[in-house]
Design a protein around this ligand. Structure first.
Ligand code: ADP
Ligand code: MG
Length: 481
């Protein structure tokens, strides 16, 4: 299973899926997230991974579907969020079920109270939830606690998870994360750098160029009796009646054809044409959620000792109809390692990416830059934080750890790296110049002091009481450098 290829990654992926769901839920409800992760070590490499949040909770009747059915989800409107189409937590639940035969336990409480707890298994053949039991149980606050029991290698995963959670506070600076990894260590809390919840991005309909065959088919099954023209206008952004008519002429389909009468080949042609047709406007970018300058700088500063940093971002762009935006921070500080290129921290949709760095297009683009040209040297501890935000992330593999190369994305990321590089060059240039100036000043002051000491004696005049102010007024600078 993707992301569950070995015992270490399985533990890591489970924590990741749970934490991301909690963060998404809190953000949707505009709450400052407080998320607790605790791992209860059990015999024979088993463990209970429990993630609790203070989010809005789930409507009770949706719990079995959301956690007990793979690919749950019937809405197609999109916005930038951490989860991807209901594929996340069910993978972890299935993995737990396969390795320990244990149900997932979900304890949730929403506004309508008083809280419910569910023990669920997934019927793999039918892709249906099996409710082992459910009962009313009051929770201290509204929110959700999910416990998955699985077998895995916690010892090897522990550090990765801690690193993942630390870096999560860079892209979610408003979240407080508490960790208790068992083994007698005390609970640690990090984050909460900012008290500002990011504004919820606007939900937008999918752009027609983003409709691959799978999405198109799924959307069509929702309203089979619609006319194709109306379906296009109602389902997609940037498609009004005129555009829909022009597009259908382009494909050679009658506007009044009903969706249910389309053959597989028609749908496939339709999907290909949606991508080729050049008459659709650019996708709306209000559904994106960049971290923004203040929050990004604040979180890097909170987590790392840095003596200088700079933020940049590009304008929104699109890849295959999916809007995206890239932003980043470049920083110098003792916490960063010395290396041949700046150390890269990768983030996609506010999620830190820790695995498969060498496969990632971001890594390749950073390595391709001639950093010397930007004033970088291997004696300078520089780090680059790059955040890619989109309604869809082009992950290279289903493990969701590295970005695939896409021309438009490469263009924007390269542009971003250059902007950050130029900021570094300017800083390094100024620093070199002020160092040179300081050295010249020292040399001059030394000579001047000698002249001031011996000159008056030779000229038989009174020596000046202090030479400092003379140097200072000559250069109009501070001589204490
Ligand atoms: P995704 O994260 O891609 O939406 P998941 O399979 O991870 O899909 O989760 C399924 C759904 O369950 C989510 O879309 C969300 O509606 C709901 N959900 C999961 N965890 C939580 C939580 N902690 N709080 C509220 N809702 C949740
Ligand atoms: Mg998820």
């Amino acid at each position: 299973m993707a992301g569950f290829g070995n015992p270490t990654q399985s533990v890591y992926s489970t924590v990741r899926e749970l934490v991301e769901n909690s963060l998404d839920a809190c953000e949707d409800a505009q709450r400052l997230p407080r998320i607790g992760i605790s791992i209860d070590i059990q015999p024979s490499d088993s463990m209970g991974i429990k993630v609790a949040d203070n989010g809005p909770g789930l409507p009770y009747d949706q719990v079995p579907e959301a956690f007990g059915r793979v690919l749950y989800g019937s809405k197609y409107d999109m916005k930038q969020k951490r989860g991807t189409f209901g594929l996340g937590v069910t993978m972890a639940i299935l993995y737990g079920q396969i390795t320990t035969d244990s149900p997932v336990v979900i304890h949730t409480q929403n506004r309508s109270g008083p809280g419910r707890v569910y023990r669920l298994l997934i019927d793999v053949e039918e892709n249906m939830p099996i409710i082992e039991n459910e009962k009313e149980l009051v929770r201290v606050t509204n929110g959700t606690t999910v416990t998955i029991t699985l077998r895995g290698d916690l010892n090897r995963a522990r550090e990765r998870i801690a690193e993942y959670l630390r870096l999560t506070t860079i892209t979610s600076p408003h979240a407080v994360i508490e960790m208790d990894f068992g083994g007698g260590e005390s609970t640690k809390a990090i984050g909460g750098w900012s008290k500002h919840v990011p504004t919820v991005p606007t939900l937008s309909k999918p752009h027609p160029r983003s409709a691959d065959l799978e999405l198109l088919r799924r959307m069509m099954t929702k309203s089979p009796s619609k006319k194709i023209h109306d379906f296009l206008v109602e389902s997609f952004q940037q498609v009004g009646t005129r555009t829909a008519t022009r597009f259908l002429n382009f494909v050679g389909l009658d506007a009044s054809v009903r969706i249910e009468s389309l053959a597989r080949a028609d749908i496939s042609r339709l999907s290909a044409s949606l991508r080729r047709f050049d008459g659709f406007g650019r996708p709306d970018s209000r559904c994106l959620s960049p971290i923004d300058e203040d929050a990004f700088l604040l979180s890097v500063r909170s987590l790392f000792n840095s003596s200088w940093m700079k933020y940049s971002r590009r304008s929104p762009s699109e890849w295959q109809g999916n809007p995206f935006i890239v932003e980043g921070v470049i920083a110098i500080g003792d916490d960063f390692p010395l290396a041949d290129t700046p150390t890269l921290y990768r983030f996609a949709n506010r999620v830190p990416l820790l695995y498969d760095a060498s496969d990632d297009v971001l890594t390749r683009l950073v390595k391709r830059v001639n950093w010397k040209h930007y004033g970088f040297s291997s004696q300078l501890p520089v780090a680059l934080f790059v955040h890619f935000g989109s309604t869809k992330v082009p992950y290279k593999a289903a493990g969701k750890q590295s970005l695939a190369p896409m021309t438009e994305i490469e263009t924007e990321v390269t542009g971003l790296i250059r902007m950050l590089g130029r900021a570094l060059r300017k800083f390094a240039g100024q620093r070199d110049k002020s160092r040179r100036d300081a050295r010249k000043m020292r040399e001059f002051t030394e000579m001047f002091n000698i002249v001031a000491k011996y000159g008056p004696a030779l000229a038989e005049v009174e020596p000046p009481i202090s030479t400092k102010h003379m140097v200072r007024s000559l250069f109009e600078v501070n001589t204490d450098v």
